[in-house]
Design a protein around this ligand. Structure first.
Ligand SMILES: C[S@@+](CC[C@H](N)C(=O)[O-])C[C@H]1O[C@@H](n2cnc3c(N)ncnc32)[C@H](O)[C@@H]1O
Length: 419
């Protein structure tokens, strides 16, 4: 790491470690304000910043707490990258090197489980409480320490997956069909796919394979009435619209105008004409009440801790807490109950999160089922098999794990309103 990269990394980390804003935004802003940084500089800086945040529980343990940003970065090079003193970036002074010697004396292998797994202690406790073994937790923690693969979803309205694969490869970017999603391609490395004309023409969208499977579970079909209740910028809306072959009606609800606005350019690229974006004031908005009982399928991609996405959003390990999860739980139950009113008899309700915490997954679904005897749980593995996706699941619900499925840790439960 050269002096320019070192100083930019320190600057970004000193803001990011304040945890007042998401790290990806902080990194993007710094790069925008510093156009002099080249592509290689940006790669080195971003990899280091994200690496440090992913490993933060370990770095805090190595430095014994209250460390400066510089010391955290030193612990990253010594404790994680395992550089010896001669290999440290030249920007570290003799005094830093003296400290580096002390940091080496605290190897992570001697640390408590949550430190070794680089997960918050409360997260590890929640997993232990629901019967997960130490080995499982360590594998999960390690898998969340690497960067996520770059997956795209092919817009099958515009082109077939194998044709898109050939086109992407023609541009010198290697990719393979994803193991589970019938629409996915996984790219090698992190090429700038958004520069390709195919992307600009809406032939594919960047989307984690797990996210694609959640849309698939709705079973949305041509001519149906479908709702994406927490549509955000519409990652799943676009997948649903393509499943419906741009027919029927697809409502994209969200309480955030900004997020719904971000859906607009994506919709324009996609060529979908069946989507109606609707801003709602809350899950109990009158618009929802007026549409009660009209939908064949409703997807609730609920606001959640995002704990399953910490490869991409490592700061969530610090920004979330048992209190924030408890607040989310109340919201999740309320949104699910409200969205359920939209579903017609025989219709499907998919509750999903990008989390592996049982408190915001199975617990919410079990409580919903106890209060709504008119809904029953369907077997997600069977539904996926019916869609020719072979995946072994532990029970009726879908929980994806990065260490097993190479996706973010998405969760989904498929509920059906009884006839
Ligand atoms: C996990 S994100 C959705 C991501 C999106 N489905 C996608 O695939 O890109 C959760 C969304 O729920 C929205 N949300 C929060 N509270 C809500 C509520 N009461 N009703 C509907 N949407 C809500 C947030 O604004 C956010 O966009």
């Amino acid at each position: 790491m050269n002096a320019v990269q070192f100083s930019a990394t320190l600057d970004i980390l000193s803001v990011a470690l304040g945890f007042t804003a998401p790290v990806d935004g902080i990194v993007s802003r710094h790069f925008r304000d510093h156009p002099e940084l080249g592509a290689n500089d940006r790669n080195v800086i971003a990899e280091t910043v994200f690496g440090v945040l992913r490993h933060l529980p370990q770095l805090e343990w190595i430095t014994e707490g209250n460390a400066s940003t510089r010391e955290i970065l030193l612990a990253w090079f010594v404790g994680v990258k395992r550089l010896n003193l001669r290999e440290l970036p030249a920007a570290f002074h003799d005094k830093d090197k003296e400290r580096a010697g002390q940091l080496k004396a605290r190897p992570v292998k001697d640390a408590p489980l949550h430190v070794r797994a680089a997960l918050p202690e409360w997260v590890v406790q929640m997993l232990l409480d629901t019967g997960r073994s130490e080995a499982f937790i360590l594998e999960l923690g390690y898998s969340l320490l690497s960067s996520a693969p770059l997956d795209v979803r092919v817009n099958t309205l515009k082109m077939k997956r194998d044709s898109v694969q050939r086109e992407i490869e023609r541009h010198g970017m290697a990719c393979q069909p994803t193991p589970y999603s019938p629409w996915g391609l996984r790219l090698e490395g992190k090429p700038a796919v958004n520069r390709l004309t195919l992307f600009k023409e809406g032939v594919f969208e960047v989307q984690d394979e797990g996210s694609q499977l959640l849309a698939l579970l709705t079973g949305a079909k041509r001519g149906q009435m479908v709702a994406d209740f927490c549509a955000g910028a519409g990652g799943k809306t676009l997948a649903l619209g393509a499943m419906m072959n741009s027919t029927g009606r697809l409502y994209a609800f969200d309480v955030s105008e900004k997020r719904l606005n971000n859906l607009k350019p994506r919709l324009a690229r996609s060529g979908l004409s069946n989507v109606q974006a609707q801003l709602i004031a809350s899950e109990n908005d009158q618009k929802i009440k007026r549409l009660a009982g009209k939908f064949d399928a409703v997807l609730v991609d609920a606001p959640c801790s995002g704990m399953g996405t910490t490869r991409r959003n490592p700061d969530l390990k610090v920004r979330q807490s048992p209190q924030s999860v408890a607040e989310l739980n109340a919201k999740q139950s309320s949104i699910l109950a409200s969205a359920a009113r939209l579903v017609k008899s025989g219709g499907r309700l998919v509750y999903a999160t990008c989390s592996f915490l049982p408190a915001e997954n199975e617990t919410i679904v079990r409580a919903f089922l106890a209060e709504h005897p008119d809904f029953e749980l369907l077997n997600a593995q069977q539904l996926l098999a019916d869609a020719r996706v072979q995946i072994a699941l532990e029970g009726d619900m879908l929980q994806l794990w990065p260490q097993l499925h190479q996706t973010d840790a998405f969760f989904a439960a498929v509920l059906q309103k009884k006839l």
